[in-house]
Design a protein around this ligand. Structure first.
Ligand SMILES: NC(=O)c1ccc[n+]([C@@H]2O[C@H](COP(=O)([O-])OP(=O)(O)OC[C@H]3O[C@@H](n4cnc5c(N)ncnc54)[C@H](OP(=O)(O)O)[C@@H]3O)[C@@H](O)[C@H]2O)c1
Length: 301
């Protein structure tokens, strides 16, 4: 079984982890720091960010750390973050699109999109598009996007409801945001190949892992989920599929990793199942065109 002890040396690699103050993002940043990377903890809250930095620093890794303010619920917030990164760095080796929100009460991003679609997918689409020129300058860049087994719960994105124009169903919108993330991963890889670039776009999911992601669940729903899943993995273990996707020399573009146990809920990194809906090229093209229109910029045409 693959663990964080198997991470190849990351010395010299410049890494951005979104949502690095909590759960899987925190454990991902910690492991990459221990392996020698320079890790930018991209978070939306300065106090939480510096707490995370201090804790990771105290663990005694051989990498380096910095914090960067990133609010994925605002496209101008994403641009402010990428402007700073572009001023500071000439290349980026690894982008981990990890931050996420699950089943909040109905709410919107600053740009008026349903919050989960806006943060989990659109914000990361904008982030990746704006950082792509830096990724291109790395000899071995990767983009890892976090999806979820929940991506299998929906078959299609309803483009007429991305601002909750018709209705809001918290679980459905979470699943849609995770289907979008996986469609994005595969479409990004197709466009990378077409452009002749050498970047790898891959995805991961952490099965069922104990984190703050459940913060918006009612006690009743949380207890029902606990009864269904029997156990939750600790965050360090939930981070392993992400870390494998981010660092293993065996990873190829367009792949998806999750835990190897029953129904991909628990265990150690292995290839995970991608739904037919996520593999639909026409749907992914439509999503890409839509996202480009939202960010008002072409990305890997
Ligand atoms: N835990 C699981 O079982 C599970 C299963 C499948 C997929 N996932 C995916 O794994 C990823 C990590 O989640 P987690 O379980 O580690 O949950 P978590 O502990 O709640 O971490 C989520 C992170 O996302 C950040 N975030 C939320 N909204 C943001 C915004 N607008 N701008 C920037 N950052 C924002 C949070 O920041 P704050 O702390 O400031 O809110 C936090 O750092 C998510 O993409 C999630 O969908 C998790």
């Amino acid at each position: 079984m693959w663990t964080s002890n198997d991470i190849v040396d990351q010395t010299g690699r410049i890494v951005i982890v979104t949502g690095a103050n909590s759960g899987i993002g925190y454990e991902t940043a910690l492991a990459l720091f221990k392996a020698g990377a320079h890790v930018v903890l991209a978070t939306r809250d300065a106090a939480k960010s510096s707490d995370a930095l201090n804790l990771i620093q105290a663990s005694g890794g051989k990498g380096t750390l910095e914090t960067g303010l990133l609010d994925l619920a605002s496209l101008s917030g994403v641009e402010a973050f990428t402007d700073l990164i572009k001023q500071k760095y000439e290349r980026l080796d690894l982008l981990i699109n990890n931050a996420g929100v699950m089943t909040p009460p109905e709410s919107k991003t600053a740009d008026g999109f349903e919050l989960q679609f806006g943060v989990n997918f659109l914000g990361h689409f904008a982030l990746t598009a704006q950082l792509y020129p830096l990724l291109k300058k790395s000899p071995a860049a990767r983009v890892v996007t976090l999806s979820s087994g929940a991506h299998k719960l929906v078959q299609q994105i309803d483009f007429e409801n991305l601002r909750s124009e018709k209705s809001y169903d918290a679980n459905r919108e979470y699943a849609i945001s995770k289907l979008a993330g996986l469609e994005f991963t595969l479409e990004l890889q197709r466009r990378i190949l077409k452009a002749g670039d050498s970047i790898i776009s891959t995805a991961a999911h952490p099965g069922v892992t104990q984190t703050d992601l459940s913060r918006h669940m009612s006690e009743q729903d949380y207890n029902a989920a606990l009864a269904q899943f029997k156990e939750l993995m600790p965050a360090w273990q939930g981070a392993l599929p992400t870390l494998f996707a981010a660092t293993s020399p065996t990873v190829t573009g367009g792949s998806y990793y999750g835990p190897d146990g029953e129904n991909e809920l628990y265990g150690y990194p292995a290839l995970a199942q991608i739904s037919n809906a996520a593999r639909n090229v026409a749907d992914a093209t439509k999503l890409w065109n839509f996202a480009e229109s939202v960010i008002r910029s072409k990305f890997l045409v």
